[in-house]
Every structure is written in structure tokens, then in C-alpha cells.
Design a protein around this ligand. Structure first.
Ligand SMILES: O=C(O)c1cc(=O)[nH]c(=O)n1[C@@H]1O[C@H](COP(=O)(O)O)[C@@H](O)[C@H]1O
Length: 274
């Protein structure tokens, strides 16, 4: 089953466009786990178990594990996901981007070491930095396009006067991902929920690729506007929320609170599909 098939199937099975982002920060853990980096796996596994029937995908962010020397816990978490939520695709958020030979190692890390179904990548270094990931049949790769942060403007909103039609840089990335770079239908795009007008623009330029849309919840993106701008029946959108779900409560019932927060967001997203 390809990554795209998995997304479609999880969307149908769970009636959901919500992706729960796994960004474990021990300083924000509930009181009984607070500050204990050895409990990263336990914390994330509890969140996974509480929300697996409510999501289209999970997205572990690798920095939150690596910063605490917890890559072994990420490996265990990936095994846990495969065992307990095999129907839910996992996007490893690594935002890699490097020359081909190094990209081969990053691809191996994402798909062989961690067994991810998809990965996030920076397209800044060009197609040869993306190609090594596309050699993994059926795996997905989301290219940063119009990111959710204010600084995204610095480069992504610059006009490319050398390209016919003078698109903005993010528009050019969207066209490449829809067309010439998307050799085997493995590419998707990352667009911030904080910029619904740009989601709509990206959708117009890239009508069939899946969109990963972070920025609802803690970053204040409008969940309903996001769906109205990006959702198409035949091209999945994956709307990520991390902190607003992970840290919904600091008590022992954190996992149940995360479930309630996830359900609420999922329902808002579903209702906006119209
Ligand atoms: O690629 C991403 O996932 C990403 C792209 C982007 O434009 N903005 C963005 O916030 N992210 C990630 O999405 C998550 C957002 O987390 P919350 O703001 O806590 O919901 C983090 O893991 C970010 O690294």
C-alpha cells in the first residue's frame, strides 16, 4: 500500500483530516512526568493510544527526540505505531535538505531506520536533493512550500523574475511538486494553516497532491478556513496540531484530555468539508 493509499484509507476509516503532531517536550509534560526525558516514549505512546482512531496521520518531529538523545525512544515509538495503529500513516517531520549523497543517508534514516511512511523536506537545494527519497517506492515526501511561520515571507514570497509568468517562490515550488518533480506521485506540499489564502493558491496550482497543513491550535490558524481552502475529495489534506493536543492537560488524565481536544478539532475539520 502506498503512502497516498494509506492516507485515503485512514481518512475514510477515522473520518478525519487531523494529524496529531508528536513534539514531546519534557518541560511541558504533565506533572508526574515533568522534566523526565526518559519518559518521552511513555508520553507519546499514551497520546497515540488515546487518539489513533481519530486521526488521518501522526507526525513525530525528530528534533524533539534528538535534542534529548532519545532517538532510541523514537525507534520504539515507531514500532509501537506499527504494532498498535498500523492503519495510520506516519510522517517523520525531519525537514531534511542536502546534496544527493547525503540525502541518501537521510532517506535511509527516515524509511529504513525509523520505517516512516513519509518525510518532510526542504526543496531549497533542488531536485537532486529530493530524488533519493523518491527511490523508496510508495513512500511520501512533503516539500516545504508556504510555511506557517511569519519568516516564511522572507524567501517564499519573493518573486522569481527569471521564471516565465514571474511566480512567487512558493508558487514555483507548488508547480514543481504538481508537475515535473512528481515522478511517481509521491510528493506533497507543506502549507501553513496561518495563511488560508495561500492554501487556496497552492491548491489551484497543485490540485492533486496531498497537503500537510500545520498551524491550527497553538499557532492560531483557522481550522475551518483551512479546510475550505484546501480540501478536495480526491486529494487529502493532513491538518496538524501538536501542542494544543499534547498539552491539553497537565494532570494524570493528560491522554484523555488529548483525546477530547483531538476529537473537538477533528469534528471542526469534518464539519467544514461541507
Ligand atoms: O513541516 C511541518 O510540520 C511544519 C511546517 C510549518 O510550516 N510549520 C510548522 O509548525 N510545522 C511543524 O508543525 C508542528 C506545529 O506544532 P504546533 O504549533 O504545536 O501545533 C511543529 O512540529 C512544527 O515543526
Amino acid at each position: 500500500m502506498t503512502f497516498l493509499d494509506m492516507l485515503h484509507s485512514a481518512e475514510r476509516r477515522n473520518g478525519s483530516l487531523l494529524c496529531v503532531g508528536l513534539d514531546p517536550e519534557p518541560a511541558k509534560f504533565p506533572d508526574h512526568l515533568k522534566g523526565d526525558a526518559s519518559r518521552i516514549y511513555d508520553f507519546c505512546a499514551a497520546i497515540v493510544d488515546a487518539t489513533a482512531d481519530l486521526v488521518i496521520a501522526f507526525k513525530p518531529q525528530i528534533a524533539y527526540f534528538a535534542a534529548h538523545r532519545a532517538e532510541d525512544q523514537l525507534e520504539r515509538l515507531m514500532e509501537h505505531l506499527r504494532r498498535n495503529a498500523p492503519q495510520v500513516p506516519v510522517i517523520l517531520d525531519a525537514k531534511r535538505g542536502d546534496i544527493g549523497s547525503t540525502a541518501e543517508q537521510y532517506a535511509r534514516e527516515a524509511f529504513e531506520r525509523y520505517g516512516a511512511d513519509a518525510v518532510t523536506l526542504s526543496p531549497f537545494m533542488g531536485f537532486d536533493s529530493i530524488q533519493p527519497y523518491l527511490k523508496y517506492e510508495g513512500k511520501g515526501a512533503f516539500l516545504l512550500c508556504r510555511t506557517s511561520n511569519p519568516g516564511g515571507d522572507d524567501l517564499q514570497n519573493q518573486r522569481l523574475s527569471s521564471v516565465p509568468g514571474e511566480p512567487l517562490l512558493y508558487e514555483h515550488v507548488a508547480r514543481l511538486a504538481q508537475g515535473p518533480w512528481n515522478l511517481n506521485g509521491q510528493l506533497g506540499l507543506v502549507v501553513g494553516a496561518t495563511y488560508p489564502a495561500e492554501i487556496e493558491r497552492v491548491r489551484a496550482l497543485a490540485p492533486t497532491v496531498p497537503l500537510l497543513i500545520p498551524g491550527v491550535g497553538a499557532q492560531g490558524g483557522d481550522a475551518a478556513a483551512t479546510v475550505r481552502a484546501g480540501w478536495r475529495a480526491d486529494a487529502p489534506i493532513v491538518v496538524n496540531s501538536s501542542r494544543a493536543i499534547l498539552y491539553a492537560s497537565s494532570g494524570e488524565g493528560f491522554a484523555e484530555a488529548a483525546r477530547r481536544a483531538a476529537r473537538k478539532t477533528r469534528d471542526v475539520l469534518q464539519a467544514a468539508r461541507g
